[in-house]
Design a protein around this ligand. Structure first.
Ligand code: APR
Length: 258
């Protein structure tokens, strides 16, 4: 498809500037320009190595010690992902969403990314629906701790507050999304009349249902993605380009309308 045009940027900016309650949904594509590979599509980790088993959480519960040994000594695609996560820094796409938040346009960012880059960029109104790789969560009381504050001498590590088993905060395949985050995501998407959908294939649920619900209610979707996704047909505006280039230009045009 043709790369994004100025007319499309202007139309998308107009849509955002007059939105009553705009939010964003982001995916792995937003962090590609920070050096983290996506999961699907060209250069995707799962494209290269195959999708991981869908019972990751059941495997964790069956043998949390072993699961922790594997997480602390990642191999194969997980090692590639972990090394990229550790070296990554926010890119202009992350910064642009922070600017939209500071302008009062973006009311919330729901991210599927576990890479902590939205936080590092300064996003304040952020919901990490798949968790955060720098955090550890108790599977009993759902308390979260900074990874560096946990002692891994004994595996599995135990919750300092309830002695429950601790797990990476990242949501494994087969694991229910922690209710505290999921409820907030539903609340925010039910309030929204406009959503930026940046860097996601929109193939994983429940995240993918939020933009669909907004569109069904007559809201506007603004897609930022170099390639078509499952959502493209539902989008009012589709900006075909890399988020790190498109989003800063979009912000400038929104700012010019305020
Ligand atoms: N800018 C914007 N979008 C990009 C860029 C870029 N520079 N590069 C690639 N993309 C797009 C791809 O075209 C694709 O549509 O980003 C999307 C990435 O899709 P996925 O790899 O499927 O990532 P995501 O949608 O976040 O996956 C959802 O699946 O594997 C699980 O838990 C994992 O959170 C992840 C979830």
């Amino acid at each position: 498809m043709e790369p994004w045009s100025c007319d499309e940027l202007d139309a998308a900016a107009e849509c955002l500037a007059r939105a009553r309650y705009a939010i964003a949904l982001t995916g792995a594509g937003l962090s590609v320009e920070s050096g983290i590979p996506p999961f699907r599509g060209p250069g995707g980790l799962w494209t290269k190595h195959g999708e991981p088993p869908l019972d990751g959480y059941q495997r964790f519960l069956a043998d949390p010690r072993r699961a922790w040994e594997e997480r602390l000594n990642p191999a194969g695609p997980m090692r590639e992902l972990w090394e990229a996560l550790t070296a990554a820094r926010p890119n202009p796409g992350h910064a642009a969403l922070v600017e939209l938040e500071d302008l009062g346009i973006l009311k919330c960012t729901i991210t599927q990314n576990v890479d902590n880059l939205h936080r590092a960029a300064g996003s304040a109104r952020l919901l990490e629906i798949h968790g955060n790789a720098t955090l550890i969560r108790c599977i009993e009381c759902v308390a979260r701790y900074a990874r560096e504050s946990i002692d891994f001498a004994e595996l599995p590590p135990r919750c300092p507050s309830c002695l429950g088993i601790l797990k990476s905060d990242t949501v494994s395949f087969g694991e229910p999304i922690p209710p505290d985050v999921l409820e907030r995501c539903f609340e925010e998407s039910e309030r929204a009349d406009c959503m930026i959908v940046a860097g996601t294939s929109a193939t994983v649920y429940p995240a993918a249902q939020f933009p669909m619900a907004i569109q069904e209610r007559g809201g506007d979707l603004v897609e930022v993605n170099p390639y078509e996704s499952e959502l493209t047909a539902l989008c009012r505006h589709a900006l075909r380009g890399p988020a790190g280039e498109v989003l800063p230009q979009l912000v400038e045009r929104v700012r010019a309308r305020l």
